[in-house]
Design a protein around this ligand. Structure first.
Ligand SMILES: [Zn+2]
Length: 123
């Protein structure tokens, strides 16, 4: 449950941070006319916030990777829990689940699936 929540958060993390910054921009834009020093304060908070969000993202990814490694070590897929893991290519450390097709590297990081582009239709 917590791992699923963490996984979803990690996959949407960039969009979430972008949304926070977009909201901060909207608030700062409104404060330009009402109370200009608040805009300046928001600017500096945002700049130092980048460091905070970067570190937070790193910590969240690291926690998920450790959790994934523990499950992979037991021979279970971190995504679906099935015991149908197989190495993609020997030596690469990449592990694929036969049940849900999720792929993880040797460090436990989830590998984004490659979506094949559709063939262009010739008229
Ligand atoms: Zn799976």
């Amino acid at each position: 449950m917590i791992l699923k929540l963490l996984r979803q958060l990690n996959r949407a993390y960039g969009y979430a941070v972008f949304g926070i910054y977009l909201a901060a921009f909207g608030i700062a834009f409104l404060f330009v006319f009402i109370f200009p020093p608040a805009t300046l304060a928001l600017l500096f908070i945002s700049i130092f916030g980048l460091l905070f969000f970067n570190v937070l993202g790193f910590v969240l990814r690291t926690i998920e990777k450790r959790w994934n490694r523990a499950r992979l070590g037991k021979g279970l897929c971190p995504e679906c829990g099935a015991a149908a893991l197989s190495a993609v290519a020997s030596g690469s450390g990449e592990i694929r689940c036969g049940a849900c097709d999720a792929r993880h590297d040797a460090q436990g990081a989830w590998i984004k699936p490659i979506v094949q582009e559709p063939e262009p239709v010739q008229a």
